[in-house]
Design a protein around this ligand. Structure first.
Ligand code: NAD
Ligand code: MG
Length: 397
């Protein structure tokens, strides 16, 4: 690579953030950290700032920013800022080349959108941004000429299996279907009765991937695959019937593209997010990601099965939302965030996650997502309705 690229990492202390910084550290001649952002983990940010010496560090709340400011040596030269406008600034700054959007949940939308509007190379891990505001996000990318590279392993695999010239027009390229693989999560073989009694610890114990707690619960409920279904439709301009979910417990085939002539192209690799991250950083080149070679003989078997929407209704709810269109995807996303947080707080049971989403979708109507204000209103209405549903459940027990 000829010049060094300046990278902003949003969600730097998280699972994806740390993997991103690991890959960047392997290539000091190609990448430098411009800015890091996190919610409130001051100690973790302090260590990251000392190691990567960013120009800016942004914390969500003022107290955390103040604590970080006092913890960093002045000689480091890192300026500590706080809040949403600072997040948007480090995502769109003229000196920034690459933005890793790895904040979890709806909180990641404004900064990811700011990077897209500013025409950056956007490495999108925050799938919730596309689920909530796919139309606005893709329009911003189109307008600004941003280079949008999917980091979600499945979408990164699909990107790699689509033809380079017609990626935005899969039908022209002879694509008949995208086969989105799902590990099935920790409850793949559990009965509905056992799933209903699952604890947060059991839900967060993913068999193949080590991830943040919210996406781990989403993987256990298959809502992660539901959100990814929606994400695939926006990213690759696909209709819902062109996306098929296939359960593949080993997580080695990260997804596939099926062509009109019967060919199916797949991307395989060890389940390690540093592979899609390195792909996004260097594309169209290839760099070392620190990931060991795939040993197919050791893996031995690659299994595939159909998803069970009766035991995992979240997948159906996400598919219905994309079919319905409008703000219904934002409603599902917001209701899911509240339901997952309530489950992690042990306020509701695992089976109540889809029940809450279903109630929210019934009570809050979907409208056309013309601008960000409409999407934000749908998000907050759905959160309110989901909190009411949680409260109703708690009083009825
Ligand atoms: P995580 O919980 O490990 O990290 C989340 C990061 O976001 C942390 O740095 C946290 O400080 C920051 N954050 C949280 N709330 C914030 C707020 N309100 N404002 C600013 N920053 C905030 O999550 P993760 O597993 O790294 O996932 C991050 C995103 O990447 C999610 O959207 C997830 O769906 C997606 N993703 C993750 C993986 C994975 O393997 N972990 C794979 C594919 C996609
Ligand atoms: Mg994924």
């Amino acid at each position: 690579m000829s010049e060094r690229r300046w990278v902003t990492v949003l969600g730097a202390t998280g699972s994806i953030g740390q993997s991103t910084l690991d890959v960047i550290s392997r290539h000091p001649d190609s990448y430098r950290v411009f800015a890091l952002a996190a919610n409130q983990s001051v100690e973790a940010m302090q260590a990251l700032c000392i190691k990567h010496q960013p120009r800016y560090a942004v914390m969500t709340c003022a107290d955390a920013a103040q604590a970080l400011r006092s913890a960093l040596p002045e000689a480091l030269g890192t300026e500590v800022l706080q809040g949403d406008s600072a997040l948007a600034m480090i995502a769109s700054h003229a000196d920034v080349d690459v933005v890793m959007a790895a904040i979890v949940g709806a909180a990641g939308l404004p900064s990811a959108l700011a990077a897209a509007e500013a025409g950056k190379r956007v490495l999108l891990a925050n799938k919730e941004a596309l689920v909530m505001a796919g139309h606005l996000f893709m329009a911003a990318v189109e307008r600004s000429g941003a280079v949008l590279l999917p980091i979600d392993s499945e979408h990164n695999a699909i990107f790699q299996c689509l033809p380079a010239n017609d990626r935005a027009q899969p039908e022209m390229a002879g694509v008949s279907k995208v086969l989105l693989t799902a590990s099935g999560g920790p409850f793949r073989c559990w009965s509905s009765e056992d799933i209903a009694l699952a604890t947060p610890e059991q839900a967060c114990a993913h068999p193949n991937w080590s991830m943040g707690r919210k996406i781990s619960v989403d993987s256990a409920s298959l809502m992660n695959k539901g959100l990814e279904f929606i994400e695939a439709c926006w990213l690759f301009d696909l209709r819902p019937e062109q996306v098929e979910v296939v359960v593949h417990p080993q997580s080695i085939v990260h997804s596939m593209v099926q062509y009109r002539d019967g060919s199916v192209l797949a991307q395989l690799g060890n389940p390690d997010m540093r592979t899609p991250i390195a792909h996004g950083l260097a594309w169209p080149q290839r760099i070392d990601a620190g990931v060991g070679p795939l040993d197919l003989v050791a893996a031995g078997k690659l299994d595939f099965e159909a998803p069970d929407e009766a035991r995992f209704p979240c997948l159906r709810l996400a598919r219905e939302a994309v079919e319905q269109g409008g703000t219904s995807m934002a409603l599902v996303n917001a209701a899911n965030e509240i339901a997952v947080a309530s489950f992690l707080d042990s306020a509701i049971g695992f089976a109540q996650i889809p029940a809450i989403i279903e109630q929210v979708v019934e009570r809050v109507s979907s409208v056309e997502p013309d601008d960000l204000a409409v999407v934000k209103k749908a998000d907050s209405d759905a959160r309110e309705a989901a909190l009411e549903a949680v409260a109703r459940l708690r009083t009825s027990h």
